[in-house]
Design a protein around this ligand. Structure first.
Ligand SMILES: [Zn+2]
Ligand SMILES: [Zn+2]
Ligand SMILES: [Zn+2]
Length: 123
């Protein structure tokens, strides 16, 4: 922390400590104003439609460069959930029942000695 005697450019409160040594002391902000002043998430307004369900999209958290494959929020969330489900962990295990080599699992096994391949698992 750097000690000093500065004033906040927003609320005129005094600042006695800063995590950095300010070069420009004219636009310093106290920690309160700094927290307040954090820019809100920018949203872009427009007239798009979802490439999956055709729902109208009027706001987006980003400015789309490619408007042809936009997804609405619900499709986006569904896709994200799907992707999470499909995530496989790569590794080198052996099925404890049949000895088959297992190279990917949908989870990280706590005990690699007790892994079963999909066939044995379903039995
Ligand atoms: Zn302030
Ligand atoms: Zn959609
Ligand atoms: Zn097996």
């Amino acid at each position: 922390m750097h000690q000093g005697n500065w004033t906040c450019c927003e609320c005129n409160g005094s600042i006695t400590e800063l995590p950095f040594n300010p070069r420009n002391t004219d636009d310093l902000k106290c920690s309160d104003c700094m927290a307040k002043g954090r820019p809100a998430r920018e949203t872009f307004e427009g007239n798009w439609s979802c490439s999956k369900c055709n729902a109208d999209i009027t706001t987006l958290p980003f400015n789309p460069e490619d408007e042809s494959n936009l997804t609405c929020k619900s499709c986006y969330l569904a896709e994200k959930a799907q992707r999470r489900q499909n995530r496989m962990i790569e590794g080198d295990w052996k099925c404890m029942d049949c000895g088959t080599v297992i190279t990917s699992l949908p989870f990280n096994p706590r005990d690699p000695e007790t892994v079963s391949c999909r066939d044995c698992y379903q039995k």
